[in-house]
Design a protein around this ligand. Sequence first.
Ligand code: NAD
Length: 414
Amino acid sequence: MKQNPWHQALEQLDQAARIMNLDPSVHEVLRFPKRTLEVAVPVRMEDGNVKNFTGYRVHHNTSRGPSKGGIRYHPDVHLDEVKALAMWMTWKCAVVSIPYGGAKGGVVVEPKELSLNELEHLTRRYASEILPLIGPERDIPAPDVGTDEQIMAWIMDTYSMNHGYSVPGVVTGKPLSIGGSAGRAQSTARGVMYVTVATLKHLAMPVDEARIAVQGFGKVGGPAVELLAEQGCRIIGVSDHLGGVHNPRGLSPVGLAAHHAETGTIAGFEGGVPITNEELLALDCDVLIPAAIEGQITEANADRVQARVIVEAANGPTTPAADEILHDRGIQVVPDILANAGGVAVSYFEWVQDLQAYFWSEHEVNARLRRVMEESYIAVLDLAEDRKVTMRQAATILGVSRVAEAHTTRGLFP
Ligand code: NAD
C-alpha cells in the first residue's frame, strides 16, 4: 500500500530534527501547516448538470516570506498529500535560498475528462474560493501535475478582475504575453539537468553516454529528456501513466517528443520495446529520474533499482523505508527539495520581474538558475559530507535550519 505522503514528510522532518538537535518548540511549530482551506467547487457541466469538485489550499509556513507552491489537478489529490507537498515547498525554498514559505493546492479532478469550458469554470471558481489566501504578497500559486500556463492565466485573470486591475505577480508559470518569464517552462527540467551533471561529475562518472531512465513525460520529464540528451546522455527508458519504452542503445528524444505530441503518451513509441512502469524503475542504467508522482520507489521495489544515482525530479517519489534500502546499497539519491527546485527558483525570478515590470532575457534567467542550482548542490553536498548524512537528510537539515532561524528571529506571536 502507498505510504501516506504527510506521514512521509513528517518522518523526514522528525529525523532531521533529531540529527540537528532542533529546538523542540520550533519543531512543534513546523510539524503543523499554518493554514488549511478546503473548498467546494461547483461547476455546471456541458450536460447542464452541476457537479461539485473538492479543492484545497494549504500554507505550511511563511516565516521566510510569502508562501509559494503549485496547484495540482488529479483524481487522487487528498488533504494529506497537499499538506506534504506544502511542507516540502517550505524546505525547498529555504534550500535554494529564495525568500518564500511553502504552500500547495489541489483539486480532486481528472482534468483530461473535462471540456475546455468546464476546465475554465472549475479553475475560475476554485481561484475565487481560495482568493482570501492568495496574492503577490501573500501566496503565489504555480503549475503542478495536471495544470498548465493556461490555467495560471485564468487564475491571474480571476484575481485581477476581483481587484479591478492586472496583478501578474499573483501566479507564476504564466504565458509570456501576460508577464511570464523566459525560461520558466523548462526551468524545473533544466535544474534537474544541472544537478544530474553535477552529481555525475562528483562521482567521476562520464556525462557523455550516461544511461538515463525517466519516469513521467510531462512538463518536467519531457524537457528533462531533451536537455539531458543535449548534454550527450543516452536516454534508455521512458514511461508515463500508460506504460513505457526501453532501448539500451538509446531512444530518440525528438522521436519521443513527436510521438507524445501526436498521441498524448509515450506508450506505443516504436523506437524500443514496451515496458511497464515497474520495469522502468528497475532498468540497468546510471541515473534514474522519477518525474511523475510520489510514492514510486518503496520498500517493495527499492532492492530492484539498478541505477547508481536517483535524481528526484518528482516530489516525494521515494519513501523513507526505500531511502534506507537505497542508502545501504550505496545508491546516491539527490532529493526532490534540491533536484526539482529549478522550477520555484525561476518562479521567484518571474515574480521579481512582475513586481518590477522589467523582464530579463532567457540567457540571463538560465545563467541565474544555473548559479542557484550549482551553489545549492554544493551546500547540500558539503553538509552531507560534514555531518556524514544522506543528501536528503542534509537538504532537509539545511532547509529546516534556515526556516527555524527565521522563525526564532521573528519570535512567536503574540
Ligand atoms: P505533468 O502533469 O505535466 O506530468 C506528469 C507525468 O507523469 C505525465 O507524463 C504522466 O503520464 C505521468 N504519470 C502520472 N501518473 C503516473 C503513474 N502512476 N506512473 C507513471 N507515470 C505517471 O506534471 P509535471 O508538472 O511534469 O510534474 C511531475 C512531478 O514533478 C510532480 O511530482 C510535480 O510535483 C513535480 N514538480 C513539478 C514542477 C513543475 O514546474 N511543473 C516543479 C517541481 C516539481
